[in-house]
Design a binder for this molecule. Structure first.
Ligand code: FM0
Length: 325
């Protein structure tokens, strides 16, 4: 009753930002991401008759507190859903991403955990069902089951039975690259879970965000089909700006941006003015991800690394979906 799974993180180009059901993690809108090869979590799950509770080691250190509670709640869900009974797990996780890269590890983390746990139990489930299960650990994680460009279909069913990710194009379809840019940041973080809830509940701009999504999704899918990078980048950047605008209309208002975030955004726009097609996107934090094409890698890297506010830049290509080790 042991298995090891590897899952990569993903960066949303069309953001998931709000739930219609918080306990089942059902989103208000479809989102679309690129899975990244540079950052992954490898997790070994062992179901053991001799344990009286789940035990979770991350990079060799026992995990407690909120992070443990979320993992344990997710295992309870698996035990319940698949009638496993009270048999507990030892979980050993390794994050193979420079922690400095500023990625939340929850996407790759819950995808690897779901994959390893279901494999250890020898459950006969396909990737679609695995994605639905993973979604209930962390929403964005359901996209990490697949490689390349991935869409999370929000679904219509009350019980979440049709809310899952699908692959739009595999990782070898188009060599789009992403630079993960870490900036100097001092402010306390509002978690994505808390931030999206406050936005849904209170932001006067939330309806505008929702109204704009069908067009963004249609446009970005057309850009992927036609391998039109400028279109892909400009839609992603605009979608990110709209998501972040919703936080300013919330009560109390908040923003994930810092002056260093803005400095990177402006540097990207300046690169574009000088003829390099580079575009930014930002999740629920101050760090910036920059989309670019292989031929511009050196120029993009040099520009980003030389910004005084930047502490680290990690480059990544399109990555594969979940695999078993
Ligand atoms: O990834 O409450 O998955 O689409 O990263 O665990 O379901 O951490 F920019 C924000 C990710 C949100 C956009 O939220 O939330 C995206 C975000 P959970 P997640």
């Amino acid at each position: 009753m042991q298995a090891t799974a590897r899952a990569h993180t993903n960066i949303a180009l069309i953001k998931y930002w709000g739930k219609r059901n918080e306990s089942l993690i059902l989103p208000t809108n479809n989102s679309l991401s690129l899975t990244l090869d540079g950052f992954y979590t490898e997790t070994t799950v062992t179901f053991r008759e001799d344990l009286t509770s789940d035990f979770f080691l991350l990079d060799g250190e026992p995990v407690m507190g909120e992070q443990y509670d979320r993992v344990q709640a997710f295992l309870d869900l698996i035990r319940r859903e698949y009638n496993i009974g009270q048999i507990y797990t030892e979980i050993k996780s390794k994050n193979t991403m420079p922690t400095a890269a500023g990625f939340a590890s929850s996407a790759s983390g819950f995808a690897a955990l779901a994959g390893a746990a279901t494999k250890a139990l020898n459950l006969d489930i396909d990737k679609t069902e695995l994605s639905r299960l993973t979604r209930q650990g962390s929403g964005s994680a359901c996209r990490s089951i697949f490689g390349g460009f991935v869409e999370w279909e929000k679904g219509e069913a009350e019980d979440g039975s049709d809310s899952q990710a699908v692959q739009i194009a595999p990782s070898n379809y188009w060599d789009v690259r992403v630079a993960a840019v870490v900036v100097d940041a001092k402010m306390k973080k509002v978690s994505s879970r808390e931030g999206m809830k406050r936005t849904v509940d209170t932001s006067v701009f939330y309806s505008g965000w929702l109204d704009s999504l069908p067009q963004d999704l249609a446009d970005i899918k057309a850009a992927i089909r036609g391998q039109d990078f400028e279109k892909l980048g400009s839609i992603s950047e605009a979608n990110c700006l709209k998501m972040h605008a919703t936080t300013l209309g919330a009560t109390p208002p908040f923003t994930y941006w810092q002056d260093s975030t803005m400095a990177v955004m402006q540097a990207v726009q300046t690169m574009r003015d000088s003829g390099i097609p580079a575009y930014f996107t930002i999740d629920a934090g101050p760090n910036v991800k920059v989309l670019y094409l292989p031929e511009d890698e050196e120029a993009v890297m040099n520009t980003l690394k030389n910004l005084p506010v930047v502490t680290d830049v990690t480059l990544s290509r399109s990555g594969e979906g979940i695999s078993y080790v």
